[in-house]
Structure formats: structure tokens, C-alpha cells
Design a protein around this ligand. Structure first.
Ligand code: NAD
Length: 507
């Protein structure tokens, strides 16, 4: 059984896809050959040159047309995503459609401001002689390589930012969910985007590597740590700029003064949203002992209310591919063998035909167990009792991952201090990790969870080269070096920085 199988006929690979919801075959796709990838790159370079000439406000207008196309075609997009992933309809709407439109509107409004030429005031002696402007130049062709867990949003969100910055885009979606990625190309064409501005290459990891062989001007990668490292190595051979959005093992800290009802609900949705296949999903929970019993009791109650189904308004959908289901089972079995105790779930759902793992609550866990150290990516709520908030923080930071985290307390000062002390790219207080969905927030992991960022002003600007242009009527430096020129420089040094008060002004 497999969600995709690849048959290699020597000259052409074909993907056969099965829906994880019911294992029906839902499509056959030819993988792009290396020749087709080369051709896509040539076409993309031509399209980019023309697109870079388009003023920012017209680039933003394209995003508004795309919003209209998505709104009109929302049911079709959700159906494709649900067929490929087995997501519940609510998550297809919230994670894929709602977030995409929010991102399009957000960047369309701000990009003309954030990417326009920016004057930087000069300091010190140069302020008499020069002006500086920073211009945000497109990088060229951006390769967007994406995973299967948010197959539409993770393909379109970097694409929106790259396009607004004046780049063309070639997307290589996951081989598990190629049609959801292909939708991005279709939608841009339906919105009358220039031909070849957004192209999609279908294929497996080899196609991704071949795309990087064609030396794009930036690689925006989202996926696993193992692939991220390969991409970093390949990019460095040609010094291609890259960003890596990689896996996570997010910790949740529940303090003794937390609102336990709210924290319990947050733990359940944080761990089970997208059937746990969320890079910022809550993967381990540390609860201070004073409130541990109450918290566990409420989490068990909430988890038992969840509806898992392949139809209608279910809460918990399928695991998107069979290999992930094996990992979840392995982590749960490993924990049980090492002394963990399952309170709810703990196995595949026997009443459903597709790839469904029951929402699961596990206690008596510790850092010897994979479920507390490696990315599980399943609907598994792993809860550990700790003596104090300090112990919770020490354990939260005892990880090679550093993507996101969340802290639950009613004391905002304490919450801020704990959040700042978390060794993660971002943190939420009194909510599940939600920073990918907050467009204002630059998003990117630390440690093994990534490099660079997408989103926010910083992410948008990373799709451009910030080029300073130093402007002046006359040259500030010239030969010959003489005793007088040397003395003048000494005098300037004394004037600007010799005085303890004035240096604070000129600095
Ligand atoms: P993956 O690394 O296996 O694949 C991701 C993409 O890379 C796919 O399109 C794949 O075909 C391609 N690829 C594989 N080998 C390649 C190579 N050598 N060169 C170029 N491309 C190659 O990851 P996955 O299993 O699809 O995704 C799950 C992972 O993604 C999880 O670890 C999850 O946490 C992470 N993720 C991170 C974020 C984030 O923003 N930090 C978001 C979503 C998912």
C-alpha cells in the first residue's frame, strides 16, 4: 500500500496517487524530465525580466485578481487538497484557502511600501557629503520546494512574496501532493498572470535536485531537516541564497497559574490540528505538578470528544501518507515499551479504511522516548509532569529542534520571560503556536529547525537583494595623501567623536 508509487520506465517516471482518506487511486502524473526542468528555467528567466519592469502597484493588482480566482474556485481547491491529504473540510478552508487569501491581501497592501526605494539618513561626517538609498532588486528566478502537510498554502505563500519582489517562480511541490501544488500555477494563469511567471514541476526529490542544478537565484525550501541539509550543500556549490523552513518538536509549558480549561483545549488542538502534521504542532507538553492532574483529566475529556471520520465535519483527518503513519506507530510503541501509559487512542483507527491514527493521549513520558525527542507528526498528545517552571523550561530547551513553542500563564511578565528564554524561532503565550499564520511575524526556526525566514517584512525582503546606492555630487575621497589631509582627518575624528557629548549626536 502507498499513497504514491513511482514507476520508472527508463525515460519517464510516473506518479500514481492514492487518497489517504479511502485509498482510491486519484491520479497519475508524469514527472518532469531534466530537459523539461531546463526548459522551464529558460522560460522563467525570460518571464522574470519582463515582470521585474512591472511597477509594484501592478504586481500587487495581480494578487487581488488571484484572491478573486481563489474565492470563485474555493470548492475545487478544497476538493483537490482533501482528496490528496484526507484533511477535514474545516482545515482545508482554514489552513489552505483562508490563509492564502489573508497572505495575498496582506502582502499586496504592504509590498509597495516595504519594497520601494528607501532613503537612509547618513550619520557623522558623511551626512554633509552623501545620501544613501536602498533599492530592493529582484533576485531573479526563485525555486520554491515544498512538503505535503500544507500543500497549497506552503506553495502559494512563498510564491506571493517572491512575485511581489519582482521574481519569477518555479514550484516543485511534494510528490505526495503534486496536484495541490499545481493548482498555484493554474490559479495564477486564471488571474491573467504573464505566461511562465509561475510554473510547477512535478516530480520527486530528484526533480528538486535537478531544479537546483539549473542555478535558480534563490531557493525557498520547506521540508525535513535531512533534505534541508542536502539543499544547503547543493546551493553552496553555486552560492545560491536559500532559506530553510524545517521540522519542529514544539514544547508547551503549562504554569501553575494557567487557565487550565483553556490550556487543555489548546493542548488538544495544538497537538491534533492537521492530524498532527503541522510543523509548529505541539509535540510535547510540560505541566507543573500542582495542576498536572486537573490538566490531564481535561485533556482526556476533550480528546474523547473528537470526531475522526473520512466524511462531513470531522475534527481529525487522515495521516497524509503511509510512511508517516509508520513513524507515528513506531514512536508510540517505543514510548509504551519504555514505560509510558496511553490514556486515549494509541493505534490506527480500525473503523476507517484510510490512513487514520486515533487521537492519542500519553503520560509518563520522558526524554528517553522518541515521542519526546523526534518529530512525531501525528495526533499524539504527550504530557510530562514537572516540578517547576524552571524544569519545564530546561526540558523544553533540551532539543535539537527550535521552531516554535507556547507558554500558558495568566501572568504576562512571567509569560514573556519564559517565552524569551525558549530556544525557538518564535513563541506564543496562551495559544498554540500560530506564528506561520501571523503575517506580521517573521517566521523561521533556529537550531536544526531552519535558516532564514519567510513572512513579515523581513521574509518579504529576503526575496530581494537590498542594494544600497550612495549618492553625492562630488567624490569624498581623493589622492594625494598629504600631511594636511592626514591632519584634517585627525581634526574630524576629534570633532565628531572626541567629545563625549557630541559623539552621541553624530554616532
Ligand atoms: P521532505 O524533505 O521529504 O520533502 C520536501 C520537498 O523536498 C519535497 O518536494 C521533496 O520532493 C523535495 N526533495 C526531496 N529531496 C530533495 C533533494 N535532494 N533536492 C531537492 N528537493 C528535494 O519533507 P516532507 O516529508 O515533504 O515534509 C515534512 C517536513 O516538513 C516535516 O519535517 C515538517 O516539520 C516540515 N515542515 C516545515 C515547515 C516550516 O515552515 N518550518 C512547514 C511545513 C513542514
Amino acid at each position: 500500500m502507498g499513497i504514491f508509487t513511482i514507476s520508472d520506465q527508463g525515460y519517464k517516471k510516473t506518479l500514481t496517487l492514492q487518497s489517504p482518506a479511502d485509498l482510491r487511486v486519484v491520479g497519475n502524473y508524469d514527472c518532469a524530465s531534466h530537459e523539461e526542468i531546463k526548459s522551464a528555467m529558460s522560460k522563467s528567466r525570460i518571464a522574470q525580466k519582463k515582470w521585474a519592469e512591472v511597477p509594484l502597484i501592478y504586481r500587487a493588482e495581480l494578487m487581488h485578481k488571484v484572491i478573486d480566482v481563489i474565492i470563485e474556485n474555493q470548492d475545487h481547491i478544497m476538493n483537490v487538497v482533501m482528496e490528496e491529504t484526507g484533511k477535514p473540510i474545516q482545515e482545508a478552508m482554514s489552513m489552505e484557502i483562508f490563509s492564502a487569501i489573508d497572505s495575498l491581501a496582506f502582502y499586496a497592501k504592504r509590498a509597495p511600501k516595504w519594497l520601494r526605494d528607501e532613503k537612509r539618513s547618513m550619520h557623522g561626517p558623511m551626512s554633509f557629503l552623501k545620501k544613501t538609498k536602498v533599492t530592493y532588486k529582484p533576485r531573479g528566478v526563485v525555486a520554491v520546494i515544498t512538503p505535503w502537510n500544507g500543500p497549497f498554502i506552503l506553495s502559494i505563500n512563498p510564491t506571493i512574496q517572491a512575485l511581489l519582489a519582482g521574481n519569477s517562480v518555479i514550484i516543485k511541490p511534494s510528490e505526495v501532493t503534486p496536484r495541490s501544488g499545481k493548482l498555484v500555477e493554474d490559479i495564477f494563469l486564471m488571474a491573467d498572470a504573464p505566461q511562465d511567471l509561475v510554473q510547477v514541476i512535478i516530480g520527486d526529490g530528484l526533480a528538486g535536485a535537478q531544479l537546483i542544478d539549473e542555478v535558480p537565484d534563490k531557493v525557498s525550501f520547506t521540508g525535513s531537516i535531512a533534505t534541508g541539509k542536502k539543499i544547503a550543500k547543493q546551493c553552496s556549490e553555486n552560492l545560491i541564497p536559500f532559506s530553510l523552513e524545517l521540522g519542529g518538536k514544539d514544547a508547551m509549558i503549562v504554569c501553575s497559574d494557567a487557565d487550565i480549561d483553556d490550556a487543555a483545549k489548546g493542548a488538544v488542538i495544538g497537538s491534533c490540528m492537521n492530524a498532527g502534521q503541522y510543523c509548529c504542532g505541539t509535540e510535547r507538553i510540560y505541566v507543573v505538578e500542582d495542576v498536572y492532574d486537573e490538566f490531564v483529566e481535561k485533556v482526556v475529556y476533550e480528546t474523547k470528544q473528537l470526531n475522526q471520520s473520512s466524511e462531513g465535519f470531522s475534527d481529525i483527518g487522515a495521516t497524509f501518507w503511509d510512511k508517516q503513519l509508520d513513524i507515528i506507530e513506531d514512536h508510540v510503541e517505543d514510548a509504551v515499551q519504555k514505560g509510558a501509559h496511553i490514556l486515549v487512542g494509541g493505534k490506527r483507527n480500525p473503523s476507517l479504511k484510510g490512513l487514520y491514527f486515533e487521537p492519542t493521549v500519553i503520560i509518563n513520558v520522558n526524554h528517553q522516548m522518541k515521542v519526546m525527542t523526534d518529530e512525531t507528526f501525528g495526533p499524539v498528545i504527550s504530557i510530562m509532569r514537572v516540578k517547576s517552571e524552571n524544569e519545564a523550561l530546561r526540558l523544553a530547551n533540551d532539543s535539537y529542534y527550535g521552531l516554535n513553542g507556547n507558554v500558558w500563564t495568566q501572568n504576562m511578565n512571567k509569560g514573556m520571560n519564559l517565552a524569551k528564554a525558549m530556544e525557538t524561532g518564535a513563541c506564543s503565550i496562551n495559544d498554540m503556536a500560530m506564528s506561520y499564520g501571523v503575517n506580521e511575524a517573521p517566521f523561521g526556526g533556529i537550531k536544526q529547525s531552519g535558516l532564514g525566514s519567510v513572512n513579515g517584512k523581513e521574509g518579504l525582503r529576503s526575496y530581494a537583494h537590498a542594494m544600497p546606492i550612495i549618492i553625492g555630487k562630488k567624490s569624498a575621497s581623493s589622492y594625494p595623501y598629504t600631511e594636511k589631509s592626514f591632519k584634517d582627518m585627525k581634526g574630524a575624528l576629534k570633532f565628531f567623536w572626541g567629545n563625549k557629548f557630541l559623539r552621541r549626536i553624530w554616532g
